[in-house]
Ligand binder design. Structure first.
Ligand code: C2E
Ligand code: MG
Ligand code: MG
Length: 839
């Protein structure tokens, strides 16, 4: 690039120099021509001066031209005749006498009458006057003049005696001789040619007048005479010759330079590339070294190198931090000094590495650090070969202690429940499999207990999850405390546990174990200052009697557990073959029940309730029936529990509420209808809203609707139950405790909850009124109800005796087969016509 620039500059300079030289040459030439032309003009004037002096300071001329005008002497005898024109090219020759008259004139070599002034114009008079002054000194004069458009040199001199002896100068002005040399274009050209100046001319146009070259010859009191010519411009020739050569040279040079530059560029690129490659590889090398250093120093691994015998030749700095040993102490020692393996010396393992298969071989080994700590390491080794011969080994050592501990921890976590620390489902499955593989026998069976806590959910709901968690932890601890070392208790999730026990002989021992477990769970749990009670339901399945497959065993224990739950909880149940069948039947029933709700197979029966004081029909309890297309009328105790378990109860109850309200609307306004509400509806359903909707849809007065609720709802989550009941009360409906005395609730709830009445459980009628004990209990309950301002209804009145006795002890209301069985609406409506109490 620089070279081409240099060459270009040089070429430009050369051209400028050539142009400069040419210009100088032209200038010199013009100067020379000007000089020559000017000198020629001067010479012409000088010649004219010389000639006119010769002719005018001549005695003969004095005699023949001044004293008298002798034209014969002058013209004919050629003393001042045509010869001046032909020889000297004086176009005008004049003689003017002392009075200023032109006495002789020869124009272009011919005698003429023209006076001087008509030819010379304004120049004539001053010229004559000036010349006459010169007469005394025989002086002559020349001047430049423009005659028309033709330049001319005019010479004038007084005609004198020429100092010829004998001739006397007369007084008066002398005659004046005038020669005029006119430079016509042709003459001017010849004039120029005579000095080697081409095409001398008066400017042909005003444009030409301002061109070069030119000379100026002064004219008195007028514009100077400008003479132009064509300079031969030698420089131009030089340019014509040299410039093409220079251009050609420039082009050739340019091409050559281009080739050279290209070549140079290629070479340079090549060099650059090599240079860059070199720099790059050096940088890479440096980077790689730095990287190695960084990796060696910052990685948690340390790098080692040994010779072919396994003797340490290099240990990276990281080694010191990792082991606490000084590098120097281990250099030149066998790798075995540093790394140990349980079954073989590490060097043996190293030396058996072969070139072909040694890439990244690794060995789990350990190092005892300077502080005596055992660290588990992963040794990775490569053989180093030169010319196919192993000359040493190198590799890394990673401390994997933490990783292994983490793995162990992860393994532990994956197999244990994080909350209780008990084995989880995964661990239990593996444990169960291993126990089943030990082939338990009928004598020494493997006992699998599926355990589910009762009433645990309300703890979470009422006390919060932290409380729930602490109860679960305590449960885990208590269960564990019952079992022996080889047994397992695992948490399946939520409040479900699996217990696997072996070494129990016979039913009694198993029952005892279950009782112990239940006792532990039934002990109160302390939450702050409060004692909380929960229970547990259990299901038992045995291997090999019930099943020998793990999954099957679990399933059967679950079936048994299910039965425990259904049968009132807080118990254990042994699995039996019928249970499975029942379960299948239940599943079937569940399907059918779903269809029944959609298919309008549900019916409402009404059982009359009488006011015993007034002996009148007071209202009715709505009792559901399922009119199965093939099985006939199914009673609620066959499907309500199922509906509660499956959640179908909400749909069923909605239907009951709407239908009951609708039916009761046609009854006398004094009569009410009571509807049974499942405890489940207190937990999950938006009960108050649903009841309000039923009332609104039917238009039944809220005070004519009574809801029968079992006392158990007061146990699970008393606070939320109270809130629901208050919401119901605010609607205006009545609330009654159903089956009072059948559950576990303490009597205190009668005070806490806003009940309007209680229905004494029909079991109290069993021995009533014959047993005095039953008699006093019933009396007590009636008294209690009255004490709490509750309307007491006796359920299950089956005999006349019972009725009369209840009336005798002032029980307010009664219901039972004796008074009327549950019946379809039509029949109950007919009863409205005879509402008296049967006697
Ligand atoms: P419950 O609320 O205690 O209803 C009274 C049950 O006692 C009725 O049985 C009724 O037929 C029966 N009963 C009445 N008088 C006598 C008698 O003198 N002797 C005997 N042995 N039994 C008598 P049912 O209709 O089979 O109802 C059983 C239970 O089913 C009801 O007990 C109630 O808890 C539940 N139930 C019935 N209908 C519904 C309902 O619509 N919703 C809900 N959630 N539960 C319902
Ligand atoms: Mg009832
Ligand atoms: Mg009842």
């Amino acid at each position: 690039m620089a070279l081409s620039l240099l060459l270009s500059v040089m070429m430009l300079l050369s051209m400028m120099m050539v142009v400069g030289i040419a210009w100088r040459q032209n200038e010199e030439s013009v100067k020379q021509e000007s000089f020559l032309l000017h000198n020629a003009w001067k010479d012409t004037r000088q010649d004219l001066m010389t000639n006119i002096r010769d002719y005018s300071f001549w005695g003969e001329a004095w005699n023949h031209l001044h004293l008298k005008m002798d034209k014969v002497w002058a013209f004919d005898q050629q003393n001042l005749g045509p010869g001046l024109y032909s020889e000297y090219h004086y176009e005008g020759v004049f003689v003017v006498d002392g009075q200023g008259r032109t006495t002789y004139s020869v124009i272009n070599g011919k005698l003429s009458d023209l006076p001087l002034e008509s030819w010379l114009g304004i120049y004539a008079a001053p010229l004559i006057a000036k010349v006459r002054l010169l007469a005394a000194d025989e002086g002559a004069t020349t001047m430049n003049a423009m005659i028309g458009s033709t330049p001319a040199i005019v010479a004038a001199a007084p005609i004198t005696t020429g100092k010829v002896p004998g001739l006397k100068t007369l007084p008066g002005p002398p005659s004046v001789m005038v020669f005029v040399s006119r430079f016509t274009p042709e003459k001017l050209k010849i004039f120029g040619d005579s000095v080697g100046v081409a095409n001398a001319r008066i400017p042909e146009s005003s444009q030409d007048a301002f061109m070069t070259p030119f000379i100026q010859e002064p004219v008195a009191d007028a514009m100077p005479i400008v003479i132009r010519w064509d300079s031969d411009e030698p420089g131009r020739e030089l340019l014509w010759v040299l410039l093409p050569m220079l251009l050609a040279a420039a082009i050739v040079l340019g091409l050559v330079a281009r080739r050279v530059i290209n070549h140079a560029m290629q070479n340079a690129l090549l060099c650059d590339e090599r240079f860059l490659q070199l720099v790059h590889s050096q940088r890479e090398l440096a980077a790689s070294e730095a990287r190695f250093r960084d990796v060696a120093e910052t990685a948690s691994d340390w790098i080692w190198e040994t010779d072919e015998a396994g003797v340490i030749s290099y240990l990276s700095g990281r080694f010191v931090a990792a082991t606490g040993y000084a590098v120097e102490k281990l250099l030149d020692k066998s790798l075995d000094h540093l790394l140990q393996h349980d079954t073989q010396p590490v060097s043996c393992w190293l030396l058996q590495l072969r070139l072909e298969d040694c890439y990244r071989q690794s060995l789990r080994c350990y190092v005892i650090t300077a502080s005596g700590e055992k660290r588990i390491c992963s040794l990775v080794a490569n053989a180093v070969a030169v010319n196919g011969q192993i000359v040493g080994y190198r590799g890394t050592v990673s401390d994997v202690t933490q990783e292994i501990e983490s793995q162990a921890r992860i393994h532990y976590l994956s197999q244990h429940d994080t909350l209780t620390g008990l084995p989880n489902r995964l661990y239990m499955s593996e444990f169960l499999l291993s126990r089943l593989q030990a082939h338990p026998t009928a004598d020494r069976p493997l006992v699998l207990i599926s355990l589910d806590l009762d009433h645990f959910k309300p703890i979470n709901d009422t006390w919060g999850h932290a409380a729930g968690d602490s109860v679960l932890n305590e449960v885990a601890h208590r269960l564990r405390s019952v079992l022996k070392a080889g047994d397992l208790v695992s948490r399946q999730g939520g409040d479900e546990f699996i217990i696997i026990v072996s070494d129990l002989h016979g039913e009694q021992e198993i029952d005892a174990c279950c009782q112990a477990l239940l006792d532990e769970i039934c002990r109160p749990f302390q939450l702050g200052q409060q004692d909380i009670f929960i229970g547990a339901s259990m299901g038992i399945a045995l291997a090999p009697d019930d099943a020998i497959q793990a999954d099957e065993l679990l399933r059967l224990a679950d079936i048994a557990l299910y039965k425990s739950k259904r049968e009132g909880r807080n118990r254990w149940t042994w699995y039996s073959a019928e249970m499975a069948e029942q379960l299948v039947l239940r599943r079937e029933m569940e399907r059918n029940l779903r269809k029944a709700i959609a298919g309008n197979e549900l019916r409402l029966f009404y059982q009359p309730r009488y006011c015993l004081n007034k002996s009148r029909l007071d209202g009715a309890e709505a009792l559901i029936r399922w009119e199965h297309p093939t099985s006939g009328l199914i009673m609620p105790d066959k499907f309500i529990a199922l509906a509660e378990e499956t959640g179908l109860i909400l749909d069923i109850s909605d239907w009951v509420l709407h239908k009951a309200c609708q039916d009761a609307l046609s009854w006398p306004k004094s009569m009410y209808v009571s509807v049974n509400i499942s405890p489940m509806e207190f937990r999950d359903g938006n009960l108050a809203v649903r009841v309000a909707q039923a009332l609104q849809a039917s238009g039944l007065e809220a005070s004519r609707l009574e809801l029968e609720i079992t006392e158990n709802i007061t146990l699970e989550n008393p606070q939320s139950a109270l809130e629901v009941m208050q919401a119901l009360k605010s609607l205006g409906v009545k609330l009654t405790v159903d089956d009072f005395g059948a559950g576990h609730a303490s009597l205190g709830y009668l005070k806490t909850f806003p009940f309007d009445g209680m229905k004494m459980d029909r079991s109290y009628m069993n021995d009533f009124p014959h047993s005095s004990q039953a008699m006093s209990i019933v009396e007590g309950i009636i008294g209690l109800g009255k004490a709490f301002s509750l309307t007491v209804t006796a359920e299950g009145i089956e005999t006349r005796e019972q009725l009369q006795q209840l009336q005798a002890i002032a029980c307010q209301e009664g219901q039972g087969y004796y008074l009327g069985r549950p019946m379809p609406l039509e029949r109950f409506n007919r009863l409205l016509d005879a509402p008296e109490l049967p006697s």
